[in-house]
Every structure is written in structure tokens, then in C-alpha cells.
Design a protein around this ligand. Structure first.
Ligand code: PLP
Length: 379
């Protein structure tokens, strides 16, 4: 199987798996316990927090561990809106956000907040000028993702953060797809909050983090033992957090090599598919994308049927966000970019990462060409 679905989830790195197994074998207790086993567990969590803080260019205390990108996005949106000062009752998000942000925004709307959803341009990038024009002093939070999970389009987050700050609003970015893949320093970009996730970078699923600039107030969405500075209650998942820290350490060490290889493989793959299927279209901007994401539109075909044929032929790809895969709905990201339903349904995302070789990219391209031609012949 040639795995080309890194944007949905990268395989667990064997070094990370080993480190997690070691920690689980230690049988340490609760990191909040005062005994030595508890203190040892706390020390391991602190180490992982320090690794993330360094990689993200924020302070140790500004990193809060969560159960993943989804919880980090929910905490950012609902936490900021819940703690917003009187008179600031509006939230601005982009229409191409992950469902974790869009679902939280819907929830905020049900609680009485006003929500504006900014459409992207046809290339899938949200224009900072359009966001700036939508802002006024009633806005509490602007949330626009750094790199889109379906097209790889990279947004001008610093410009949007500056626009948010001009009206006194906070800025959050979902950096789940860019962390450890592109340079990403939330504080330098002006972000008050940023979400990251472990399983996109070779760490285990079920753990992520939200960076929260010192001084930003959040209303908790979970209530209990007041872990994570009182904002995210629940006993910390020690082995997952340690695995996340290890994955970040490895990914930061290899970031440039991994990104260069992912880009080279994706470019090579796309060029070869274009030769075999000249009418194929690419969804998303020509440049300015997260390395390794190629979203292709095979006019007239059903993307889900193509994904199944590819799977049987040995290539794992996907029709869009994994959490909505299997749903008959066409991608909300592609629709927001102006594609019609048939065009959106004819699209497949191929995403490359650490471990994919150029030879695999070439073989995957021939399989794609073969399957597309076969489906076009109706056999
Ligand atoms: C952009 C983006 N945000 C959030 C998430 C959710 O992260 P998690 O799977 O860790 O909950 C994903 C995962 O697909 C994503 O791609």
C-alpha cells in the first residue's frame, strides 16, 4: 500500500511508539500526585511542554495540552467567546475552516453570538483585506486557519491578526496542518491562540495543544480538577503527551528535509498524473501551499469511487477531510471556493509526508492514471 493520506493522519513514528511504550511500562501514576511516581510523571509532561513551547516560540506556561486539534479549536472559540467583554458578541471565521472550528462557531451562534463566515477566493485563500473590512469593535475573535487541510492553501495569518488587533479583537489560528511542516511561530505572527495536533506529525492521535498568550482569558469548556492552568480539567494522558513531545522533537529536527521531500514527491506525482490525464485540474493556489498536498479534480468522475478503486489497487488517498469522508456531502471547502457539487465530488486529495519515496510517487501516479482511464472507459 502506498499511503498518500498524511493530511488525514501520519503513521505513528516508530521512535515515538518506542518512547510511549517505555513510559507506559514505567506504570507511573497521576501527574498531580505528590509522591515520587507522580512527580516523575509531572516531569515528563513538563519536558514535552518545554519541547512544544520551544518549537512554537511561546512560553512554557502558554502551552495547554488537549485531547487533540478538535478540542483545541473548540476551547479557543467557545473559551474566548465565553470570556469576551460586554459589547463584543461577534465571531469571524473563514468558510473553509475544519469542522472543529465551524462546529464550535455554530455552537457559539446557538448561544447568541453573531458569526460571520468569510468566503475564500477561487484559489482557496482567504483575503486579509476582506477580513479586515468585516471587522468592527463588536468582534471578540477572528479565527482563520494557517494551512487548509483539503487544498493545502496557506493564509496570510499575520495580516489577519493585525486587522483583528486594530479593532481590539483576539486572533486564533488552526495550525494543525502547518505545525512542524511550515515555519510557524504564533507569537511572531501576532496570534493570541493557536491549535496544533499530534497525529498529523507522526505522534499518537488523541492529543493536541492550544497555545494561549499570557493575559488572554478563556472560559473553560471542561470542568473538574483544574489541570492545565485551570482551563482544561482532566488527568493528563501521560503516554500521549510524551509521544507528542517526541514527535515534535523529531519533526522539528527533520522539518526542512521532510518538507523538501514531500514537495518533491507531490510535484513529481502531479506532473506524471497530468501527462496521463491531461484534463485534470488542481484545486487550490499554484504556489503558497503546505508542502505535500495535491487536490486534483477528475472531471466527470466520482471522487469517492476513485478513492475506492485506488485503495484496491494499492494507493490510499481521500476525498477531503477524513472526519467527513463517507458522508455524501461534497466538500464545504471546495464549494466555498466556487466549485459546483459535481466538481467538488470529482476531487481527490493526495497528501505526502515523511517516509514516502519518489519511486512510490511515480508508482502511485501510474496507478492513478490507470484507474482514471479504466473508470472513464466504464469498466
Ligand atoms: C485543520 C484541522 N483542524 C483540526 C483537526 C482536528 O484535529 P484532531 O483530529 O486532532 O482532533 C484536523 C484534523 O483533521 C485538521 O486537519
Amino acid at each position: 500500500m502506498i499511503y498518500l493520506d498524511y493530511a488525514a493522519g501520519a503513521p505513528l513514528d516508530p521512535t515515538v511508539a518506542e518512547r510511549m511504550a517505555d513510559v507506559m511500562a514505567m506504570g507511573l501514576g497521576n501527574p498531580s500526585s505528590l509522591h515520587s511516581a507522580g512527580r516523575k510523571a509531572r516531569g515528563l509532561i513538563d519536558e514535552a511542554r518545554e519541547t512544544l513551547a520551544k518549537a512554537l516560540g511561546v512560553d512554557f506556561a502558554e502551552v495547554l495540552f488537549t485531547s487533540g486539534g478538535t478540542e483545541a479549536d473548540n476551547l479557543a472559540i467557545l473559551g474566548c467567546m465565553g470570556a469576551a467583554p460586554a459589547g463584543r458578541d461577534a465571531l469571524v471565521v473563514s468558510a473553509i475552516e475544519h469542522h472543529a472550528v465551524l462546529g464550535a462557531a455554530e455552537q457559539a451562534e446557538r448561544r447568541g453570538f453573531r458569526v460571520t463566515r468569510m468566503a475564500p477566493g477561487p484559489d482557496g485563500r482567504v483575503e486579509p483585506e476582506a477580513v479586515a473590512q468585516a471587522l468592527d469593535e463588536s468582534v471578540a475573535l477572528v479565527s482563520v486557519m494557517h494551512a487548509n487541510n483539503e487544498t493545502g492553501a496557506v493564509m496570510d495569518v499575520p495580516a489577519m491578526a493585525a486587522a483583528a488587533h486594530r479593532v481590539g479583537a483576539l486572533c486564533h489560528t488552526d495550525a494543525v496542518q502547518s505545525f512542524c511542516c511550515l515555519p510557524f511561530l504564533p507569537a511572531r505572527m501576532g496570534c493570541d491562540l493557536a491549535s496544533v495536533s499530534s497525529h498529523k506529525i507522526g505522534g499518537p492521535p488523541g492529543v493536541g495543544a492550544l497555545t494561549v498568550r499570557r493575559g488572554v482569558r478563556l472560559r473553560p469548556i471542561l470542568h473538574g480538577g483544574s489541570q492545565e492552568r485551570g482551563v482544561r480539567s482532566g488527568t493528563e494522558a501521560l503516554h500521549l503527551i510524551v509521544g507528542f513531545g517526541e514527535a515534535v522533537r523529531l519533526a522539528m529536527e527533520r522539518r526542512e528535509d521532510d518538507a523538501a521531500l514531500a514537495r518533491a514527491c507531490a510535484d513529481r506525482f502531479e506532473a506524471a498524473v497530468r501527462v496521463g490525464v491531461p484534463e485534470v485540474q488542481r484545486n487550490g493556489p499554484a504556489g503558497r501551499t503546505r508542502p505535500g498536498v495535491v487536490n486534483l479534480r477528475f472531471g466527470g468522475l466520482d471522487g469517492a469511487a476513485l478513492v475506492i478503486s485506488l485503495d484496491m489497487a494499492g494507493v490510499a488517498a481521500s476525498t477531503g477531510a477524513a472526519c467527513s469522508a463517507g458522508s455524501p456531502e461534497p466538500s464545504h471547502v471546495l464549494l466555498a471556493m466556487g466549485l459546483d457539487e459535481d466538481e467538488a465530488r470529482a476531487s481527490v486529495r493526495f497528501s505526502f509526508g515523511r517516509g514516502v519515496t519518489e519511486d512510490q510517487a511515480d508508482r502511485a501516479a501510474s496507478i492513478v492514471v490507470e484507474q482514471v482511464r479504466r473508470m472513464r472507459r466504464g469498466v
